[in-house]
Design a protein around this ligand. Structure first.
Ligand SMILES: O=C(CO)COP(=O)(O)O
Length: 256
């Protein structure tokens, strides 16, 4: 089976102005990074800047929306449907981010419904999972991420267009990154879960990426972990440092 291609996503969250979009995209467009064969780069601006970012961005990088509506569009004020993203040729969408799970009460089932509907429309999905500090301290990390993954697994049959993003809530925006060993342990557990509960082929081919306080200084050591297939980056994706994180793909290509 082909090796899993390294994946680096930049989640800009609810940040920036159209001038910032121009600045960030200029840095990315001028960066010398490994080829598309070695790394897949996807940046995720807020909805209102998607078109602008997509229009300016180099063609070997793609864009993602940060969310979308759970079913077909209609009378859902304030929502953006998967069909609209398809219409604008936005190829990716981030779903189930912990900020939405926590602040907007998105449940495992609701996120799984979104994943299933969105995949069915032809979009590719970065599906986020992760435990809170309380859950980690209670020793329930694997249980929590397995339940989040199970909800998705019960509603989809094809994992080709899914990237699983493990983002421990306690590491997001806190500067408190998971240690390489902590990240590897959960990624390995998730791959074993997929092996046992979905299929060995899906376990082998699905990219499991890490998110939570990733930066230019800590990315290489994390990238060297065997079950870590890339990153979903928040704060550092708004800075030139994001290029260094993209470059950590070389850790993988030199070790294979
Ligand atoms: O939530 C994240 C990416 O989706 C991670 O955010 P930070 O990199 O800012 O911790």
């Amino acid at each position: 089976m082909a090796p899993r291609k390294f994946f680096v996503g930049g989640n800009w969250k609810c940040n920036g102005t159209s001038d910032d979009v121009k600045k960030i995209v200029t840095v990315l467009n001028e960066a010398e990074v490994p080829s598309e064969d070695a790394v897949e780069v996807v940046v995720s601006p807020p909805f209102v800047f998607l078109q602008q970012a997509k229009g300016l961005l180099r063609l070997d990088f793609a864009v993602a929306a940060q969310n979308c509506w759970v079913r077909k569009g209609g009378a859902f004020t304030g929502e953006i449907s998967a069909e609209m993203l398809v219409n604008l040729q936005v190829p990716w969408v981030i779903l189930g981010h912990s900020e939405r799970r926590a602040l907007l009460s998105e449940s495992n089932d609701f996120v799984a419904d979104k994943v299933a509907y969105t995949l069915a429309q032809g979009l590719k999905v970065i599906a986020c999972i992760g435990e809170t500090l309380e859950q980690r301290e209670a020793g329930t990390t694997m249980e929590v991420v397995a339940a989040q993954t199970k909800a998705i697994a019960e509603k989809i049959s094809d994992w080709t267009n899914v990237v699983l993003a493990y983002e421990p809530v306690w590491a997001i925006g806190t500067g408190k990154v998971a240690s390489p060993a902590q990240a590897q342990e959960v990624h390995d557990g998730l791959r074993k879960w997929l092996h046992a509960n979905v299929s060995p082929a899906v376990a082998e081919s699905t990219r499991i990426i890490y998110g939570g306080s990733v930066n230019g200084a800590n990315c290489k050591e994390l990238a060297a972990q065997p079950d870590l297939d890339g990153f979903l980056v928040g704060g550092a994706s708004l800075k030139p440092e994001f290029v260094e994180i993209i470059m950590s793909a070389t850790v993988k290509s030199s070790s294979t």
